[in-house]
Design a protein around this ligand. Structure first.
Ligand code: ATP
Ligand code: MG
Length: 172
């Protein structure tokens, strides 16, 4: 019997954008199953992390509806304890044998535990960037073309742009 390849990718997905979609589409052609970790899952309602774990899970599951991959979205909260972080991830997720990350700390921690870590290629990073998309939302610039259509729907449903703008208001 063929061994199942099950990969892990962790991101904050604030929000889930077209670059995320493209890399997951690519990975889905390379592996049997994918675990999508929702990093900093406890964070929300801040300019860097505006959306809750549940909102991010909605963005992901609606966006991946037509992709032919079995995937699991797993919220992973920050523990601020790098030396045991991989064990915490393992305790929360299905078993996996490959890791995709562009983050050097994440690569180091998983490599030290013996995992095969691959670096995903970046698609149109000049525009497909969570930071840049959040800035555009704040500055009334067009951002809708940078995320899957279903992410536009989720952000509209929760008035995500209004939330980001209100969070940016000064205290009186
Ligand atoms: P932020 O600017 O908020 O950090 P981000 O765009 O970097 O947002 P993350 O949630 O930090 O998104 O990234 C999650 C994963 O998606 C990372 O592994 C990263 O390598 C990958 N990724 C991010 N942007 C792209 C892109 N444009 N193309 C392909 N992969 C991407
Ligand atoms: Mg990032």
């Amino acid at each position: 019997m063929k061994h199942t390849t099950r990969a892990l990718i962790i991101g904050r997905w604030q929000p889930f954008h077209n670059g995320h979609y493209e890399i997951i589409k690519k990975i889905s052609q390379e592996v049997d199953e994918l675990i999508i970790g929702i990093g900093s899952s406890q964070r929300s309602h801040s300019l860097k992390d505006p959306f809750t774990a549940g909102e991010r899970m909605m963005m992901i599951s609606k966006s991946l509806e037509n992709l032919n991959i079995r995937y699991y979205t797993i919220p992973i909260s920050d523990i601020d304890f790098n030396a045991i972080w991989v064990s915490c991830v393992e305790a929360l997720t299905p078993p996996f044998n490959q890791v995709y990350t562009g983050n050097s700390l994440v690569r180091e921690l998983f490599t030290e535990k013996g995992y095969v870590v691959k670096k995903p290629e970046l698609y149109n990073r000049a525009e497909y960037s969570g930071t840049k998309i959040r800035e555009k939302m704040l500055n009334n610039e067009n951002w809708e073309h940078l995320v899957p259509k279903s992410v536009v729907d989720v952000i509209n449903e929760i008035d995500g742009v209004g939330r980001i703008k209100r969070l940016n208001e000064k205290d009186y």
